[in-house]
Design a binder for this molecule. Structure first.
Ligand SMILES: C[S@@+](CC[C@H](N)C(=O)[O-])C[C@H]1O[C@@H](n2cnc3c(N)ncnc32)[C@H](O)[C@@H]1O
Length: 353
């Protein structure tokens, strides 16, 4: 458990330049696409065959993955209309293959970039020295936890320190049981993950419920870092009519953070928030960022360490790109672009004083 004392490592003279280069570099660390490439065969084996479509035709594993990719692509592009669309079914192994293929590289890279860009050096080196407890809210297959490990490995290599990173993840998610198996396959398939001190435990919860459970409260109070990566948009779209997020478990959880804890929020870029910030206007409704800041961050007593809004790019090395593309073409007979290469995000890094 990280203690609240300052790090013994002095800030290197070229840290700010390194920070900018790492945060702006569109090339994802090669470990991340490798994790995806190595996990896909194991995840694919879990897909149940012998299913039939609505016309009574048998559905191959390939067809199921193609449908899952299509569903998520439509769903995540139109989250505002979430109530009217069929939801990604994360109990279904075809969705695990599709999610890992389509989003894991991009989201891990986003976490890596934003920690390099916004996290103060003193906090980063404390995590490196003592390990970090991550509570990942809506953390899917463990993406956020892998993103933190990749960031710490890169910081450690920059500081030329011996391997010591330790990332203990607690993932609070509605589909905890289903994602647990996916995480086990991802970790078992990659030698770096297997040999790293990276662990994930899943706690099943609906973050829109009225009350957090005791297990959720216990983990959030231990957390050095809470991540909410592309999760807020995924669950607030389903708030029941007239429901106030302040009455939901997610808000009550963030009030319980210990002093010194950090929150990393990354979600789709909120144009309305940026427009109103530039020219305050009469408000008809709160935008996504305003809801997060006014109804969750303020009551939790968090202060800002930084924010960033803009477009991000993720590329992978040529050989990984070709491997992924070949895999999806040969295995699934799909001409599907590898992952979300571009995406515009709003990012907040917050701190509990
Ligand atoms: C777009 S995924 C993001 C996952 C991960 N943070 C990442 O960046 O890859 C949204 C996640 O929120 C979870 N989720 C959706 N609705 C939820 C709810 N009401 N309560 C808890 N988790 C939820 C899903 O299971 C999924 O893991």
């Amino acid at each position: 458990m990280a203690q609240n004392r300052t790090s013994s490592v002095a800030v290197p003279a070229n840290f700010d330049r390194t920070r900018v280069v790492a945060a702006r570099n569109p090339m994802a660390p090669p470990l991340v696409p490798r994790i995806v490439i190595e996990a896909l065969p194991a995840l694919l084996m879990k897909i149940k065959t012998g299913r039939y479509d609505e016309f009574g035709q048998p559905q191959s594993a390939e067809k199921q993955v193609a449908n899952a990719l299509q569903n998520m692509s439509v769903m995540y592009k139109t989250v505002g209309k979430a109530h009217y669309l069929p939801q990604p079914d994360f109990e279904d192994p075809a969705f695990h293959v599709a999610y890992v293929y389509q989003y894991l590289t991009k989201h891990c890279h986003l976490i890596y970039q934003m920690l390099w860009m916004l996290l103060p050096f003193g906090i980063a080196t404390q995590w490196l020295e003592r390990g970090v407890n991550v509570c990942s809210i809506g953390g899917g297959p463990g993406t956020d936890v892998i993103g933190v490990l990749v960031y710490l490995r890169s910081l450690r290599s920059y500081l030329d320190k011996p391997a010591s990173e330790r990332v203990i993840g607690y993932v609070l998610d509605k589909f905890a049981d289903a994602w647990t198996g996916t995480w086990q396959d991802i970790r078992a398939s990659n030698s770096v993950l297997r040999e790293s001190q990276i662990y994930c435990r899943y706690i099943s919860c609906d973050l829109l419920d009225d009350l957090p459970t005791a297990a959720m409260e216990e983990e959030i109070r231990e957390a050095d870092l809470v991540t909410m990566v592309k999760a807020f948009s995924a669950f607030i779209a389903f708030m029941r009519d007239g429901r106030d997020i302040r009455q939901c478990a997610v808000s009550k959880l963030l009030m319980q953070l210990k002093r010194g804890a950090v929150v990393l929020f990354i979600d789709n870029m909120d144009e309305l928030y940026l427009k109103r910030r530039a020219a305050p206007s009469w408000r008809l409704r709160k935008s996504q960022n305003e809801t997060f800041l006014q109804d969750i961050v303020q009551p939790a007593g968090l202060i800002s360490l930084g924010e960033w809004h803009g477009s991000t790019n993720t590329w992978v090395m040529k050989d990984s790109h070709l491997q992924l593309k070949r895999y999806i073409q040969e295995r699934f007979h799909l001409d599907w672009s590898t992952g979300l290469r571009k995406c515009a995000v709003s990012v907040f890094l917050l701190y509990k004083p």
